[in-house]
Design a protein around this ligand. Structure first.
Ligand SMILES: [Zn+2]
Length: 292
C-alpha cells in the first residue's frame, strides 16, 4: 500500500515537471537561439525569419499568422529591424506579451543619406547580447512563474559564456596592428561589432538591405579600398551580394567567405548558434586582417 502511494506520488511529480512547454516565437534566428538557451526544454521557440534569412526585407507568409496565434510570447529586436511583426501579431489575434529584447541597450545612430537612423544590429556586441538574455529571462518569468528559477539559472550560465567570449575576442583584435582594421561588408550590420572590438567596417549599402547603393557610393568605396590597400572584403550570409562581387572584380580583392550578419546559419553550417556565429566571424576576420 505504501509502495503504491509512493509510486503515485512519483508519477504526479514527474507529471508536473513535464507540463507543456511555453510556446514562444522570435522574429529572427539569433533571438530564437538566445530564447532556447534561457528556456531549455521548458520553452519551445520558433523563428519567423529562417536561417540565412533577411529580416529587413522579410515578407510574411500565411503560416506566420497561425504560428503567432498559437504562441504565448513573442520576442522581437525592435530598433526598426523587424517592424512588420507588430502588424502581423495584431492581425493574427496574438494576445500575449510582445517583448522588445533591446530594451535598455545604449544604441548609436548613423547618418544615412542625410537622415539620422538608429542602428538595429545591437546583437553584434556580446555585452549587448547579455542584455538581450536578461530581458528574455525576465519576460519568460512573467509567463511561466513556476519555472522562473530555471530561466534565471540558465541565463546566468549563458551570460558567463558570452562574457568570456567577449573578453577573448577583445584580446584577439587588440593584438592586430592599427593599419589592419578595415573591413568591407555588404550592408552596415557591424557598427556595434566595430565599436566593441576596435575595427572599422565600410559598406556600400546602409542599415537596411532593401536600398540599392548608388554608383557614386560604390565608386567611392572602390577608391578607398585601393587607397587604403584594404584586403578584407566579405559577403554576408543573408544578403544579395552582387555589389560585393562587382567591387571584388573592380579592385582585384578576393571576397572572403560570408560573415553571419543578421541571421544564423543552417544547423550543418558554422554559424548555427549565437556563440558559434561570433567565433566564426572573429576567426574569419582575423584570418583576412592578419594576412594583410
Ligand atoms: Zn541588417
Amino acid at each position: 500500500m505504501i509502495r503504491t502511494l509512493a509510486f503515485a506520488l512519483a508519477l504526479s511529480a514527474s507529471g508536473a515537471a513535464s507540463a507543456a512547454p511555453v510556446k514562444a516565437v522570435a522574429s529572427i534566428t539569433i533571438i530564437a537561439d538566445m530564447v532556447h538557451e534561457v528556456g531549455g526544454d521548458l520553452v519551445e521557440v520558433q523563428s519567423i525569419v529562417g536561417p540565412n534569412g533577411d529580416a529587413h526585407s522579410y515578407e510574411a507568409k500565411p503560416q506566420d499568422s497561425k504560428t503567432l496565434n498559437e504562441s504565448q510570447i513573442v520576442f522581437i529586436n525592435g530598433l526598426g529591424l523587424d517592424p512588420w511583426i507588430e502588424k502581423l501579431t495584431t492581425s493574427s489575434g496574438f494576445k500575449g506579451p510582445l517583448v522588445v529584447v533591446t530594451k535598455g541597450i545604449k544604441t548609436h545612430q548613423f547618418d544615412e543619406d542625410g537622415k539620422q537612423v538608429t542602428d538595429p544590429h545591437a546583437w553584434q556586441d556580446l555585452s549587448n547580447g547579455q542584455i538581450y538574455v536578461t530581458n528574455i529571462a525576465k519576460a519568460l518569468c512573467e509567463v511561466d512563474t513556476a519555472d522562473c528559477a530555471s530561466f534565471n539559472d540558465n541565463a546566468t550560465a549563458y551570460k558567463a559564456k558570452l562574457a568570456a567570449l567577449d573578453a577573448d575576442i577583445k584580446a584577439k583584435f587588440a593584438a592586430l596592428p592599427a593599419a589592419n582594421r578595415q573591413v568591407i561588408t555588404t550592408h552596415d550590420a557591424f557598427g556595434y561589432f566595430a565599436k566593441a572590438y576596435g575595427l572599422r567596417f565600410l559598406a556600400p549599402e546602409g542599415f537596411a538591405t532593401e536600398a540599392e547603393p548608388s554608383a557614386a557610393a560604390i565608386a567611392k568605396l572602390v577608391r578607398q579600398i585601393k587607397h587604403d590597400n584594404i584586403t578584407a572584403l566579405f559577403f554576408e550570409n543573408m544578403s544579395d551580394n552582387r555589389v560585393i562581387e562587382a567591387i571584388a572584380a573592380e579592385t582585384g580583392v578576393r571576397a572572403g567567405p560570408p560573415l553571419y550578419a543578421d541571421a544564423l546559419s543552417n544547423p550543418d553550417e558554422p554559424g548555427a548558434t549565437y556563440l558559434a556565429m561570433f567565433k566564426y566571424n572573429t576567426d574569419t576576420l582575423l584570418k583576412a586582417l592578419a594576412g594583410k
